[in-house]
Write a new protein. Structure first.
Length: 321
């Protein structure tokens, strides 16, 4: 594994590297510390500035991350300097667009990237035609609004990710990454949790005069767990029944796993196979967040898993006056 900046390999100076991602943040980050010793004239001096590019390579020399330095942390009393870099999804997350978009989600996403000067990779093809006003909206939200409209018709889930370190692609969320974690090989810890604390199994839909006009419920859940109901005020611009169904919650399950050695394929937005007897974690799970840590020649990955493949849905607003 190598960490490069300005064409120079920093590997010999690296103390710790933390490479991570989260489906809720989308932009992946890399945080690393390098040793310093100003008292030793023979100690290598490295100059890294904000805006410099940093590239992480695997043991085969393949680029797995490319980003820009955004944060630098130095202290006179410390023997290390800390740097934080984001990949180019940072610019999609923090930039606004201000226009009416018409076309397929794949075409709209490409237009947005072109406007922001970012190369595109593969955009998941949908063929769905979308018309949406995006005035003062985040570029990321605009991409997800278009693909949410397509997801309603295709049933697929989508997520934008960086590919080839500097190209933005939109892929189907939840595809298998190819990694397998098993208890007798590379899995070092696993935790499973389930809860009923957010239980909602009946939703009353009320009109603007507070009259209940419809009820959406999960009868099996009511019989098994008891009744918890909520009230939803109808909004003329939304499908109240669909919104009510989204509010229904029964048991919620989550899991965390840790494995060695690190596997660069196991990143947020994809899924992984886990086989662990004590927790009962057997099958395909969706990676919601990942942290890959490299310290003193050792590598470990820590993953937060979901049991359901959920998309970050963004609704198209028809009225933005």
């Amino acid at each position: 594994m190598k960490l490069l900046t300005g064409g120079k390999d920093l590997s010999e100076l690296i103390e710790t590297i933390t490479w991570s991602g989260d489906t809720r943040q989308v932009a992946r980050t890399i945080k690393f510390t390098i040793a310093k010793n100003k008292k030793d004239r023979n100690f290598p001096l490295v100059v890294i500035d904000e805006g410099d590019e940093v590239i992480l390579q695997d043991n085969a020399g393949k680029n797995v991350f490319g980003g820009i330095i955004f944060d630098i942390d130095k202290a006179a009393s410390s023997k290390v300097e800390t740097y934080l870099a984001y990949d180019l999804m940072f610019y999609i997350n923090h930039s606004d667009v201000n226009r009416l978009f018409e076309g397929t989600p794949e075409a709209i996403a490409s237009e947005i990237c072109s406007e922001l000067g970012i190369e595109t990779g593969t955009m998941a093809a949908t063929g769905v035609q979308v018309s949406m006003p995006c005035f003062g909206k985040k570029a990321y939200d605009a991409i997800m609004m278009a693909y949410t409209a397509a997801a309603r018709k295709s049933g697929s889930k989508y997520i934008p990710l960086m590919t080839d370190i500097n190209k933005i692609s939109v892929v189907e969320k939840g595809e298998l990454c190819g990694a397998v974690l098993t208890g007798n090989y590379n899995l070092i810890d696993a935790n499973y949790k389930s809860t009923l604390q957010n239980l909602v199994n009946r939703v009353l839909i009320a009109d603007k005069n507070n009259n209940v006009i419809k009820m959406v419920e999960d009868t099996a859940s009511i019989q098994k767990y008891g009744l918890v109901q909520k009230v939803l005020k109808q909004n003329d611009s939304e499908d109240a029944t669909a919104q009510a169904r989204k509010m229904l919650v029964t048991t919620e399950a989550s899991a965390n796993v840790s494995g060695v050695p690190n596997d660069f394929r196991a990143v947020s937005g994809y899924s992984i196979i886990v086989q662990e007897a004590d927790t009962g974690l057997y099958g395909q799970f969706y990676i919601e967040s990942d942290t890959h840590t490299f310290t003193c020649g050792k590598a470990q990955m820590d993953l937060t898993l979901a049991f359901e493949n959920l998309m970050d849905e963004k609704e198209i607003e028809t009225d933005q006056s």
